[in-house]
Design a protein around this ligand. Structure first.
Ligand code: ADP
Length: 544
């Protein structure tokens, strides 16, 4: 017997309709590349999204067509999000920091028919011109005219397109399983693969992100997604903010400490989220200038493990609650957040900070387990670590246009190694590919990096496996020091010796000017591994 309740599909258009109807006057504030502030609202965002949907229909965009965006966080990009998905097309956000060949590859793979672009990225698009065969129209989202002049393809102007439309448009009703957005993984561990979100998965994920034990969003919050709209849907914040009717503050390309501090203070930002690298530079800026953020209450951090000194700084010096989380493009991305249960809420001081090293506990909807090499489940005892697998209505079941399913027994293998404690808190130990197997025992490159990074003179540290004739693999530490700092390898080794087991200590410590990063700001471990894996076996090879 079925229940007798209404069937209302979970559609992305319902989020913006709700925000317009009940939070229409709430602000959506946006900073352009030229630092011009636009003060919009949910009502205006809704109207303009409908105008844009009409314009796209006139350009021939239909249901299921892929429409790409190459832009920073600003109100036009937000409107494109709602217009494209709302009309039944697929919003394909592209990370401009990918290599041009990767961008070309994914545009071809997705067969995007329209491309929205920030003027800032037109030189990149120009370089890709020979491979943009599927792209019939290029729409420039902002108005900085200079780079356009030399452009060799007709460009459409966003505001002109909108101006010709009435906005008298009704969002189509469709099956909630309809594809809504497409995001390619950033390729930290291989070629980018397309994750195709549905309306249902997006709305459920937004709901979960807003819950009290996730980011705890409400209509009284002012939310600043530092995480880009092109990185896993900005962790669902553009949708979750509409769902609760929070004020949304979009920083454009300005993510440096000075710009973020000014914007957060001026717009009363209470919640923000981003990767640890951004919080590291904000921390340095605030420390250097002796500043205190005026309104910030919660700071979400994910995409990589948050170095403990950053957590400590924001918790103790800024009185901001740090909310570590875990997820990946394939999990929409938020799957776990480190919010306390009753027992952890009582923790104070060092105990509280120690607990904040955990990556998080699963949100409702996400199931998690760890398994051994042959796929047998391992205990959640807080000691045993294994391959992390997840399930849930906002977890990817197949990649776009890939015939082979990634699932194993119905579970998505994350590629991460983790432990789960009896309370359900999960902690990432490492990426499976980054673990170092020394004499049959595992060493976590991530834990070593955290230990090295805790030295006050270290700016960044990477640990990779180098082949070793006796042990199979041994850790190699690559370090970038802070400007002007002078620390010897010996001192670093002593620092590490007080923090990790003796047999974990790296066989060599090498000082570098910089380390390579992926398009999402993470260490490019594949490149480093390739460059350094023979360092210990080929004594003569000292440079990559
Ligand atoms: P990519 O897989 O291309 O790097 P994602 O942004 O999807 O792009 O990255 C997901 C990965 O980021 C996870 O599989 C995990 O390795 C890492 N990650 C995310 N959150 C954390 C965290 N809290 N601690 C450690 N690693 C994390």
């Amino acid at each position: 017997m079925f229940g007798l309740m209404m069937h209302r599909p979970l559609l992305i258009s319902s989020l913006i309709e709700h925000a317009d109807q009940y939070h229409g006057d709430t602000e959506v504030v946006s900073c352009s590349a030229q630092r011009a502030m636009t003060r919009s609202s949910w009502r205006n965002t809704h109207r303009r999204s409908k105008q844009l949907a009409q314009a796209l229909m006139e350009l021939g965009v239909g249901a299921g067509d892929r429409v790409a965006t190459l832009g920073w966080n600003h109100c036009q990009h937000l409107e494109a999000y709602y217009a494209i998905s709302g009309m039944g097309a697929i919003c394909h956000t592209i990370n401009p920091r990918l290599f041009p060949e990767q961008i070309a590859g994914i545009i071809q793979h997705a067969e995007d028919s329209v491309l929205f672009v920030d003027a800032l990225f037109l030189p990149l698009v120009e370089a890709l011109k020979p491979v943009l065969g599927s792209v019939a129209h290029i729409i420039v989202m902002d108005e900085s005219a200079a780079p356009w002049l030399a452009f060799s393809r007709p460009l459409l102007q966003y505001e002109a397109l909108l101006a010709s439309q009435s906005g008298d448009f009704k969002w189509p009703q469709m099956d909630e399983e309809t594809a809504a957005a497409l995001c390619y993984t950033s390729g930290t561990t291989g070629q980018p693969k397309g994750v195709l979100y549905s309306h249902r998965s997006t709305v459920l994920h937004a709901w979960a992100v807003a819950l009290p034990d996730t980011l705890g969003l409400s209509a009284t919050d002012s939310v600043l997604p530092v995480v880009p709209l092109f990185h896993a849907n900005a962790w669902g914040l553009p949708y979750a903010a509409a769902l609760v009717g929070a004020k949304l503050v979009l920083p454009g390309p300005h993510l440096d400490g000075d710009s973020l501090t000014r914007l957060m203070d001026a717009e009363g930002v209470t919640v923000t989220a981003g990767v640890p690298t951004v919080w590291h530079s904000l921390m340095l800026y605030l420390q250097t200038h002796g500043l205190r953020l005026k309104h910030l209450q919660r700071l979400g951090v994910g995409g990589a493990a948050c170095p403990p000194h950053i957590t400590r700084y924001f918790e103790t010096e800024q009185n901001v609650r740090v909310l570590p989380g875990w997820g990946m493009t394939e999990t929409s991305p938020v799957a776990a957040i480190n919010q306390p249960k009753a027992a952890q809420a009582e923790l104070t001081g060092e105990d509280r900070l120690l607990h904040l090293n955990r990556s998080g506990r699963p949100l409702f909807g996400i199931e998690m387990r760890i398994v051994d090499e042959v796929g047998a489940p391992l205990p959640h005892d807080g000691q045993t670590f294994g391959h992390l697998q997840v399930k849930g209505p906002w977890v990817c079941s197949s990649y776009y246009r890939e015939s082979e399913s990634p699932l194993v027994d119905g579970w998505f293998p994350t590629g991460d190694v983790a432990l789960i404690d009896p309370q359900g808190f999960m902690q990432i130990t490492d990426r499976a590919k980054d673990m170092i197997k020394s004499g049959g025992e595992w060493i976590s490159s991530m834990a070593l990096e955290q230990a090295a990074g805790s030295h006050p003179d270290v700016l960044e540290a990477a640990v990779v496996a180098a082949l070793h004739p006796q042990w199979g693999e041994r850790p190699l530490l690559l370090v970038v020091l802070k400007p002007g700092a002078q620390v010897s390898a010996e001192i670093l080794r002593e620092h590490l010796a007080t923090r990790v087991a003796k047999w974990w200590l790296p066989d060599d410590i090498l000082f570098q000017d910089s380390l390579p990063h992926t398009a999402t700001g993470k260490l490019q471990k594949t490149t480093l591994r390739e460059a350094w894996q023979h360092h210990l076996t080929q004594a003569l090879k000292t440079d990559p």
